[in-house]
Structures are given as C-alpha cells and as structure tokens.
Design a protein. Sequence first.
Length: 92
Amino acid sequence: MLSKKNKDDIALDKIMKKYGARLCKLRRIKKLTIHQAAKYIDITPAKLSKIEKGTFDFTIEILFKLGVLYDFEPREFVNLYTKKANTKNRNK
C-alpha cells in the first residue's frame, strides 16, 4: 500500500501533467514554437518543454508571463484543476 505522501505526490504529478498539456495546447493555438514562447518568458526551450510535459515545477512568475503570452488569467488557470481535485477530496 502506498503511503499518504506517495499518493499526494502521484496526485500532484497528474495535476502538473494536466497543466503542462494545457499550456502546450495554448501555445499551439497561438501558433508559437517552443523557442518563441521560451524566449518571451525568458527561459530555455528545454525548460518550457519540461513544463509542458509536467516534469518541471514552474514559478508564479512564469505562470504570469505565460498568461500574458497565451491570454489567460493565472487564477483561472490554477482553478481549472484545483477545484476538481478539491471536490474529489471532499467527496471521500
């Protein structure tokens, strides 16, 4: 049986992958290459790639820059998945 910490880590990994996939989709909708987007937010393309794959934690600063670039409110973006996770946890 997994410990609580491991279950929490697994849940966080799933959320990060969903955030990353959403960011990748938004970048493609804007018709930007990973290099163009990374340059705008002042990180390497490799780091942005890891963010989009959900394997790299990003800062609030990066989230705000992505919000400007992709035209979304960071608060709305974060609420997209945390509300779902909180609802599931309350129903247990």
